[in-house]
Write a protein that binds this ligand. Structure first.
Ligand code: ADP
Ligand code: ZN
Length: 436
């Protein structure tokens, strides 16, 4: 079994990597400057020319790109190649506003396949595996993204897409799927449905899952590993940069290696735009240095993360990003306290007896923010000490208060009454946004 998909890149020395990045960056800047009038205007405004960008050290001279730039140039205004060379279009799932459109040349698709192949190899996959893809296919990058990587490796791909969960489980069982790719929320739904169908983890052959497209917690990882009998790996990506495979976990599972020979990461202070040193938390920014059709430079992802060059036991030298806890736009400010929904999930699951089925409702009553968390009741929430529903509610309430420093109203609801998600979960309702 191959340990790395592309050892010379994944295990390059820092010196080699920086030389490669510098060369590719200067070339890409020239390409974009010459072919994207919108970007040329941005650079001209700052008085920067391609000659000023000789290497990675000059990266911070370039202007930032924002989601708004993609919206302003919708649909094709940022394409750096003629449309007849574009062989595929994708669009973001539109979690946060109007959708944005990206394009790929044949070479861009090869780069994407390469990145996804690295991720699948790092999760222990090889050509003998049966790859069950239950990410959505279509304009969303999830399905076709990992599909391409799996085919490149020579796996047997099962392109199920989302939906019809019972059928998915029969396929996993009958076709002998060994790897699965979907959102962690959908994996949880599959695990729950499997239990309902009376199918045990011993009845299926899944050995690893690559779960991504949304933030998830360590606690969720443990649940999924236990319920599905597999090792759960994180995989990260975004449409604007390429799709799933921008970064991926290895067996050490202490962060995701970034394919930095294709995408240079930076961490910046989201308020000032200042580049922060390695190890500090801030907004993740990516520059694409090999893509042809849609090479965004210094794109502000709004994802909050930390970068680390700490030596990894897997042998890869690719820089790692710690699990993003969410986007700046997902962060809730409740009575002045910053809370990521993933922190609430961590508290709920760390109590050991609840399942990750919850809904967060934020509102404003009499000028004060309110937080309500609906949690599904399950039998194992009761114990010798905790006997009533009220006990359970109080228990969760005090855990939230002591960990996050905010009070919340906890409402327990009947089992299986909250919505299940096949793609990205939407667990937060912020009614204040409707008031504004
Ligand atoms: P949309 O922007 O419409 O949600 P995308 O599929 O492009 O469409 O979403 C990319 C975003 O999904 C990332 O910017 C990040 O916020 C989130 N994401 C993707 N993978 C992960 C992951 N493994 N962990 C946390 N967040 C992730
Ligand atoms: Zn590693």
């Amino acid at each position: 079994m191959k340990k790395y998909w592309n050892e010379s890149r994944e295990c390059a020395t820092l010196h080699e990597m920086r030389a490669l990045q510098s060369f590719r960056l200067s070339q890409t800047v020239r390409h974009v400057y010459q072919n994207v009038p919108y970007y040329k205007a941005k650079m001209d405004e700052l008085g920067v020319t391609p000659d000023d960008i000789k290497g990675v050290d000059d990266l911070s001279k370039l202007p930032f790109m924002y989601k708004q730039d993609l919206r302003d140039t919708y649909p094709y205004g940022l394409f750096a190649k003629p449309l007849d060379e574009v062989v595929r279009i994708h669009a973001s799932s539109g979690t946060t506003g109007k959708q944005i459109v990206v394009g790929y040349t044949r070479k861009d698709l090869e780069i994407w396949d390469e990145c996804a192949a690295r991720a699948l190899t790092a999760a222990g996959g090889d050509h003998t595996d049966f790859m069950h893809v239950s990410y959505g296919y279509g304009l969303f990058t999830g399905g076709l993204g990992v599909h391409g990587g799996a085919e490149k490796i020579g796996m047997t791909v099962i392109p199920v897409s989302t939906g019809n969960t019972q059928r998915q489980i029969n396929i996993i069982k009958d076709f002998g799927s060994t790897l699965i790719c979907c959102t962690p929320s959908y994996a949880m739904y599959i695990a729950e449905t499997m239990q309902e169908m009376g199918i045990k983890k011993e009845d299926i052959k899944l050995k690893a899952g690559l779960f991504g497209a949304e933030p998830w917690t360590q606690e969720m990882r443990e649940k999924l590993e236990d319920m599905l009998g597999l090792k759960a790996y994180d995989i990260y990506g975004l449409t604007e940069i390429i799709g799933p495979g921008v970064s991926f976990e290895c067996e050490e599972q202490t962060g995701m290696h970034i394919c930095e020979d294709h995408f240079i990461p930076e961490i910046i202070d989201p308020d000032t735009g200042e580049v922060l040193p390695e190890g500090e938390q801030g907004e993740l920014v990516f520059s694409c240095i090999t893509k042809e059709a849609f090479p965004l430079l210094r794109y502000r992802t709004r994802d909050i993360a930390v970068l680390s060059r700490k030596q990894c036991s897997c042998g890869r030298t690719l820089i790692k990003m710690l699990k993003p806890r969410g986007r700046t736009d997902d962060m809730l400010i409740i009575r002045g306290v910053n809370v990521f929904p993933s922190q609430i999930e961590a508290v709920l699951l760390s109590m050991g007896n609840s399942d990750p089925f919850y809904q967060i409702i934020v509102d404003r009553v009499n000028n004060t923010d309110t937080l309500e968390i609906k949690v599904e009741l399950s039998d194992n929430m009761f114990s010798d000490i905790i006997r009533s529903v009220e006990d359970i509610e109080n228990n969760i309430k005090s855990a939230i208060e002591s960990t996050l420093g905010i009070s919340a109203k906890i409402t327990l609801v009947e089992p299986k009454t909250l919505t299940r998600f096949e793609g990205k979960a939407a667990r937060v309702t912020d009614k204040r946004k409707l008031l504004d």
